[in-house]
Write a protein that binds this ligand. Structure first.
Ligand code: NAI
Length: 260
């Protein structure tokens, strides 16, 4: 039987911010598709349980998972993270730039530090991580870079200028890298999640209790997304099924953006 076009057997993946939420669900999805998976996060919080759940997803495929600590705003740590993945798996085929944060507030009151911190984590770090994996992917003859932006790359609210600007920047970074590295057979794509039930949005819902129902009323699918809703599109973008797909944005939002 011919292998599935989504088969990731023998491919090595690195996911930043992989200990919780969307990153963890994507890590499990890639593992279920056969990949060797490195999950990296800024500290050891949840690292044990995250590694156990990704390792379990690897079992069916004779694959395996490792856990790394790396703050993606620390360039030295990013280089060490990529080196550790290469050392353990011997290759790196898939990078998922997932680590992200939100520090919201109205623009007129936002401390410059909150602006800069969000830009550093959400926009500069994906650039630095992409730069760090490029030599290995080029040497191997190809690779897949998957950036996690947000529907706020295209839409905006009045309360998150730093977040929206960072995610809009990731969209343009994706297109730029896709063009630059197409000759190296590296496909670079971006996923734009809508409202997903994770720690990140839990904090926003605690701060603004009306948010939960307001979003529900605006999502045609009539539910919040789950982290697992992002796994399938990530597997597609990591696999040979997407070899002619690059520089493209993939919205996963239950119809939120289509509703206008
Ligand atoms: P989360 O807060 O549940 O998980 C984010 C993970 O990133 C955490 O494990 C955290 O420790 C890690 N992280 C944060 N800063 C880091 C750093 N400097 N270095 C390394 N790791 C770091 O968030 P969630 O919701 O899973 O978000 C994942 C990505 O999806 C983010 O880029 C976020 O902006 C994006 N997103 C999330 C949406 C949602 O509704 N939850 C919607 C649209 C986009």
């Amino acid at each position: 039987m011919a292998a599935s076009p989504f088969d990731l057997t023998g491919k090595a993946a690195l996911i930043t911010g992989g200990n919780t939420g969307i990153g963890l669900a994507i890590a499990r999805g890639l593992a279920e598709a056969g990949a060797l998976v490195a999950i990296a996060d800024r500290n050891a919080d949840n690292a044990g349980s995250a590694l156990a759940s990704v390792a379990k997803a690897c079992e069916a495929n004779n694959s395996r998972a490792i856990s790394l600590i790396a703050d993606v705003t620390d360039t030295t740590a990013v280089v060490a993270m990529v080196d550790a993945t290469l050392k353990d798996f011997g290759r790196i085929d898939i990078l998922v730039n997932n680590a992200g944060i939100s520090l919201s507030g109205p623009p007129e009151k936002m401390p410059l530090e909150d602006w800069q911190t969000v830009i550093d984590v959400n926009l500069t770090a994906p650039f630095v991580c992409a730069q760090a994996v490029h030599p290995a992917m080029k040497r191997q003859g190809g690779g897949k870079i998957i950036n996690i932006a947000s529907v706020l790359a295209n839409l905006a609210t009045g309360n998150a200028p730093n977040y929206a600007a960072s995610k809009g920047g990731v969209l343009q970074l994706t297109r730029s890298l896709a063009i630059a590295w197409a000759p190296d057979n590296i496909q670079v794509n971006v996923i734009l999640p809508g409202w997903i039930d994770t720690d990140l949005t839990k904090r926003a819902r605690e701060a603004r209790p009306e948010l939960h129902d307001r979003i529900l009323a605006r999502v045609p699918a009539a539910r919040w997304g789950t982290p697992e809703d992002l796994a399938g599109v990530a597997v597609f973008l990591a696999s040979r099924a997407s070899d002619f797909v690059t520089g493209a944005a993939h919205t996963v939002d239950g119809g939120f953006t289509a509703m206008g």
